[in-house]
Ligand binder design. Structure first.
Ligand code: NAD
Length: 419
């Protein structure tokens, strides 16, 4: 993991790379690279032992030209202003790549949630909801889960907002539990778009995904679902997976669901009985596999680690898993990298479906959700390939940003500049 890479600088570099291929006014380019506003605040709560504790919290609203700000809430000790700004920018370009009518936002609290009790986490989440209240709303800014948050936190956010506003507004957050207005298919959606992107990528490259060997770095929601669906829906062979404690490898293939069960029981993928051997995260990246899926955190792969990558197809389930230098290394080595803003866009896409269902108070079957998601991902994949083949860009990431930047600038131009 690179400690030095600043994800906000990575984002700005990615935008500059793509802007070089698009006819864009310099003044407008500045707008595409910086958030519109960032809330930075203190959350002071009473801990279970009676003491007060204060946590730093953030919400960045990056760009709302295409619709309400949309993006997750992360609980992690490393959450910072720049990280949240970067993640909110990636949301803008992700929503534009898959053409759903949202801008981008992101928030987080600098906290290690494992050190708090459930009651403390609830007080912290409700305190955050109160701070967020003037900024969020079904038509303004719609939070969702991210690292270390899930249905439980979304339900608390929604309940606090609805109580304070004296209304019902299930569409104020997405990623809720089903009985609180969640959508079928939401939990699996990010991993599903990763699987679909990999399937389309192999087809485009003229390779067979059936039987292809896969390594997955990071085995949380995104990575474990992608692994399971790659196995069950397209017949790929997941041979190695890892989490922050290390990895496991079996030449003939792991059982992705069984590894997940083991992680749920023990807290780690290590010690999984069906594995031939335990490996480090570095060893996982160097495995001679057909497909590598980074699904941990941003900047997990720097230039040095990128030199070690053996796979020649990478599909990014995590947000910003490659530093810009790592990206350059892989482009120079002709490794095909299919970017996060397409490959993990299933999460926000099904969040969008959830919001549509909340607003209509009419709920879809899981089958319908998955069908609509497949259509969105496949259309976006085709759009990305069209840009890749017609703009002379060096890689698929730049192609995705070209598509996205054109959509954001066009929305801005159509609205006009005022005053
Ligand atoms: P998660 O907390 O469920 O899982 C993260 C996993 O990464 C854990 O297994 C953790 O142990 C592992 N990890 C952390 N550091 C690691 C390291 N250095 N090496 C190997 N493994 C490491 O989080 P998640 O929801 O799966 O999110 C993972 C990534 O996917 C993040 O970048 C997130 O922003 C992105 N993402 C998630 C969603 C979603 O719906 N969950 C949607 C879009 C993008």
């Amino acid at each position: 993991m690179s400690d030095e890479a600043n994800p906000f600088e990575s984002l700005q570099e990615q935008i500059d790379d793509a802007a070089a291929y698009v006819d864009i006014n310099d003044g407008l380019l500045k707008r595409l690279k910086r958030p519109e506003r960032v809330l930075e605040t203190n959350l002071t709560i009473r801990m279970d032992d009676g003491d007060l504790e204060t946590f730093r919290a953030y919400r960045s609203q990056f760009n709302g030209d295409r619709g309400p700000y949309k993006g997750g809430i992360r609980y992690h000790p490393d959450v910072s202003r720049d990280e949240v700004k970067a993640l909110s920018g990636w949301m803008v370009y992700k929503c534009a790549t898959v053409d759903i009518p949202y801008g981008g936002g992101k928030g987080g609290i600098a906290v290690d949630p494992r050190e708090l009790s459930a009651a403390e986490l609830e007080r912290l989440t409700r305190a955050f909801a109160e701070e967020l209240r003037p900024l969020i709303g079904e038509n303004r800014d719609i939070p969702a889960p991210d690292v270390n948050t899930g249905q439980r936190e979304m339900n608390w956010l929604k309940d606090t907002y609805e109580t304070l506003e004296n209304t019902t507004a299930p569409g104020v957050v997405t990623g809720k539990a089903l009985d609180s207005g969640g959508s079928e298919g939401r939990v699996e959606a990010t991993g599903r778009s990763t699987m679909l992107t990999a399937r389309e990528a192999f087809d485009y490259l003229g390779r067979r995904i059936e039987g292809a060997t896969v390594a997955v770095q990071g085995y949380g929601n995104a990575g474990s679902v992608a692994a399971r669906l790659l196995e069950s829906e397209v017949g790929a062979n997941v041979v190695a997976v890892s989490d922050s404690s290390g990895g496991v490898y079996t030449r003939g293939g792991l059982d992705a669901a069984a590894v997940k069960h083991h992680k749920r029981e023990t807290g780690s993928v290590r010690g999984f009985e069906g594995a031939d051997e335990e490996i480090t995260n570095e060893q996982l990246l160097g495995l001679d596999v057909d497909l590598l899926i980074p699904a941990a955190l941003e900047n997990a792969i720097d230039a040095e680690l990128a030199q070690a990558v053996s796979a020649d197809v990478v599909v990014e389930a995590a947000n910003g898993p490659l530093t810009p230098e790592a990206d350059d290394v892989l482009t120079d080595r002709d490794v095909h990298v299919f970017p996060d803003i397409l490959a993990n866009a299933g999460g926000v896409t099904v969040s969008y479906f959830e919001w549509v269902q909340n607003r209509q108070r009419f709920y879809w079957t899981e089958e319908r959700v998955n069908e609509e998601l497949e259509r969105v991902v496949c259309d976006a994949f085709d759009g990305l390939i069209e840009a890749y083949e017609s703009y002379g860009v060096p890689n698929f990431r730049t192609a995705a940003y070209v598509v996205a930047i054109k959509r954001v600038t066009s929305a801005h131009a159509e609205s006009g500049t005022w005053p």
